[in-house]
Design a protein around this ligand. Structure first.
Ligand code: MSP
Length: 523
C-alpha cells in the first residue's frame, strides 16, 4: 500500500514555535506508523514563502529577502530534524521551480475549464493570514479574527476570481460520501455549515503593484499569460501537495502518488483545505485528497503563542533539555489532537519523570539487567506452563496492540499512548508480583524465572514497536538493548505475542531516559 501524508507549509516570517511543532510531530508519527506497517510512505513538508509578509519580515530583520528565506528554511529544517521529524521532501515555494510550474498548471487547467474570470475585489485582507474578510468577519469590525492585533487592509482591486460557488453541491456530496474526509469528525460540522450557507467565489491573484519587487521581479508566482498579476498565495501554497506528487513534470509519479492520503493542518485553515483545495482540484479535473486531519490550537502556559508578546519557546531548546522523544511524547500524550491544548513546562517534566524514566525506562532497565545477571544475557523462551498472571499480561498486551493501532488510525494519539501505557504499567506490576530476584535464589524456581523474564522481554519487544512512531530514537535504543534488530518495514506485523527470536542476547542496560535533578533552581 502507498501512503502520502503532508503537513501545512509554514510561513517563514518568524522561527517555528511549539504550535507548529505539534502538527509536524503528529504527521511524522503517522508517516512512521505507516512505514512500520510496511506501506510505501511519502511525507512532505515545506515553507510557504510567497506571502508578501515574508519580504516584510526580511526588512524588519534588516536582511535581504533571499538571504532571509534561506535562513528561515534552514531554521525550520533544523528544528524538524532536532525533533526527529523526517520529511521525504521539503518544499520551498519561492525557490523550487517545479512548484511554480505546478501552480501555473493548476491555474491554467481551472481557467481552461471556465472556472477563472476577472473581476474586482472590494473588502478586507489580512496580510498575516492572507485571508480576504468582509467587515462582518472582523472582531469589533476592525481586527483580524486570527490576529487580534492586526487590522486588515481595505482593498479595491482587479484580480482573477475562482468560481467556487459552482462547487457547493459537489463539496456537500463529497462530505456525504466520505464521513472520514475531515478527521476527527468533530471538525466536519463547521465546514458543512459553511457549505450550507453557500459559497462565494474567491480571488486567486493579486496585482503585481501590491507585490514586493525582489531581484527585479515581483515576489510571488506569475499568473500565466498576465504579467500584471501574481497568484494569490493560498492558490500556490495549496498546490504544493500536488507539486510533491509530481505535477506537472512527472505524470507517472503523479499517477502513483496522487491523491494524497492525508493533509494534516490546524483548525484555523480547514476552510482552505476542505473547501478551496478540493474545489480547485475538481476544477482541474484531478482527484481530491482522501482525508484532511485537523488538530486544535496550542497555547503556551495559558497564553496565546505570539512573537509580539514574546510568548514563545524554541522547540530546539526543549529538545536540548529533554530529548526529542520526550518532547514528542509529552505533546502527543497531553494535547489531544481534536481539541485545543496548553503547553505547560512543569507537565513535560512530570511526564518525563513518571512515565518515561520511572515506568518505561525502569521496566526496560530491570528486564535487561536481570536477564544479564540471571541468564547470562540470553532472553529465555518461556517453556513452563503459563500461570494465570502470565496469561493476564498477554491479554493486556494484545489489548494494547489493538488499542494503539486503532487509535493511531483515528488520529487519537493520546488514546494510542494510553493503550500502550496500560501494558507498560501492567508489565511493571508483573515484575513486582513475581519478584524474579527472589526466584533467582530458589533452585526449584529456575523454570518459573525463565517464564517470568521471557514474558517481560516479550512485553518490551511489543512496546519497542508500538511506541516507535512516537519515540523513534528511544525505541531504537530499547531494541538495541533487547538484542532485537531495528524495526524495519513489516516488523509492525510481528505484533503477535510470543515472537521473541530464540537465543537472542541482550545488550548492556543503559537508562534510555536518564534521571534528572528536578530540584535544580535553574530549571
Ligand atoms: N502558510 C499557511 C499554510 C499553508 S498550507 C498549504 C499557514 N502557515 S502558518 O505558519 O500560519 O501555520 C502553519 C500551521 O501551523 C497551520 O496548520 C497552523 O494551524 C499551525 N499552527 C500555527 N500556530 C499554531 C498553534 N498555536 N497551535 C497549533 N497549531 C498552530 O497557515
Amino acid at each position: 500500500m502507498k501512503y502520502y501524508v503532508t503537513t501545512a507549509i509554514d510561513y517563514p516570517n518568524a522561527a517555528p514555535h511549539i504550535g507548529h511543532s505539534y502538527e509536524k510531530i503528529a504527521a511524522d508519527t503517522i508517516a512512521r506508523y505507516h512505514r512500520l506497517r510496511g506501506d510505501d510512505t511519502f511525507f512532505c513538508m515545506g515553507v510557504d514563502e510567497n506571502s508578501q509578509h515574508v519580504p516584510r519580515a526580511a526588512d524588519a530583520n534588516r536582511a535581504g529577502v533571499i538571504e532571509w528565506v534561506d535562513r528561515m528554511a534552514a531554521a525550520f529544517q533544523g528544528t524538524w530534524a532536532a525533533l526527529d521529524v523526517r520529511p521525504d521532501r521539503f518544499i520551498r515555494t519561492a525557490i523550487d521551480t517545479d512548484h511554480a510550474r505546478a501552480s501555473q498548471e493548476l491555474f491554467r487547467r481551472a481557467q481552461a475549464g471556465g472556472d477563472i474570470y476577472k473581476g474586482t475585489y472590494t473588502g478586507y485582507y489580512c496580510h498575516n493570514c492572507n485571508t480576504f474578510y468582509e467587515q462582518g468577519d472582523l472582531t469589533d469590525g476592525k481586527a483580524c479574527p486570527n490576529h487580534p492585533t492586526i487590522a486588515p487592509e481595505y482593498l479595491e482591486e482587479e484580480n482573477y476570481f475562482f468560481a467556487l460557488s459552482r462547487y457547493t453541491d459537489r463539496l456537500i456530496d463529497l462530505l456525504d460520501a466520505n464521513p472520514d474526509f475531515i478527521m476527527p469528525r468533530v471538525w466536519g460540522a463547521e465546514i458543512r455549515a459553511l457549505l450550507q450557507r453557500g459559497l462565494r467565489d474567491f480571488s486567486v491573484s493579486r496585482p503585481v503593484k501590491s507585490a514586493r519587487v525582489v531581484d527585479g521581479k515581483p515576489w510571488g508566482i506569475p499568473v500565466p499569460g498576465d504579467p500584471e498579476h501574481v497568484l494569490y498565495v493560498w492558490f500556490d501554497a495549496l498546490t504544493n501537495y500536488a507539486t510533491a506528487a509530481g505535477l506537472p513534470d512527472d505524470a507517472n509519479r503523479f499517477a502513483d502518488w496522487w491523491p494524497a492520503d492525508a493533509h494534516v493542518v490546524g483548525k484555523d485553515i480547514t476552510r482552505f483545505h476542505c473547501v478551496y483545495w478540493p474545489a480547485m482540484l475538481m476544477a482541474a479535473g484531478l482527484e481530491v485528497p482522501r482525508q484532511v486531519a485537523v488538530h486544535g490550537f496550542m497555547t503556551l502556559e495559558g497564553q496565546r503563542i505570539s512573537k509580539t508578546t514574546g510568548n514563545i519557546i524554541d522547540p530546539v531548546e526543549l529538545v536540548d533539555e529533554w530529548g526529542a522523544d520526550a518532547v514528542r511524547y509529552y505533546l502527543l500524550r497531553d494535547v489531544a489532537f481534536d481539541r485545543d491544548g496548553d503547553f505547560v513546562r512543569a507537565n513535560l517534566a512530570q511526564r518525563y519523570v513518571s512515565d518515561l524514566a520511572n515506568d518505561l525506562g525502569n521496566l526496560l532497565n530491570r528486564a535487561v539487567s536481570m536477564i544479564g545477571r540471571y541468564r547470562d544475557g540470553v532472553v529465555p523462551t518461556a517453556t513452563a506452563p503459563e500461570a494465570p498472571t502470565d496469561a493476564e499480561l498477554r491479554t493486556v498486551a494484545e489489548a494494547a496492540v489493538a488499542g494503539t493501532t486503532d487509535c493511531l488510525e483515528a488520529w487519537d494519539f493520546d488514546g494510542a499512548l494510553d493503550a500502550s501505557w496500560s501494558l507498560v504499567r501492567r508489565a511493571n506490576q508483573y515484575v513486582d508480583e513475581n519478584q524474579p530476584w527472589k526466584l533467582a535464589r530458589d533452585p526449584d524456581a529456575d523454570g518459573r524465572l525463565s517464564v517470568v523474564l521471557g514474558t517481560v522481554a516479550e512485553a518490551l519487544r511489543l512496546l519497542s514497536t508500538l511506541l516507535a512512531p512516537v519515540m523513534p530514537t528511544a525505541c531504537a535504543k530499547m531494541r538495541d538493548q533487547l538484542g532485537l534488530p531495528m524495526a524495519a518495514g513489516g516488523d509492525w506485523l510481528d505484533l503477535t505475542w510470543g515472537r521473541f527470536p530464540p537465543g537472542t542476547k541482550v545488550g548492556a542496560p543503559v537508562p534510555v531516559f536518564p534521571r534528572k535533578d528536578l530540584t535544580d533552581p535553574a530549571r
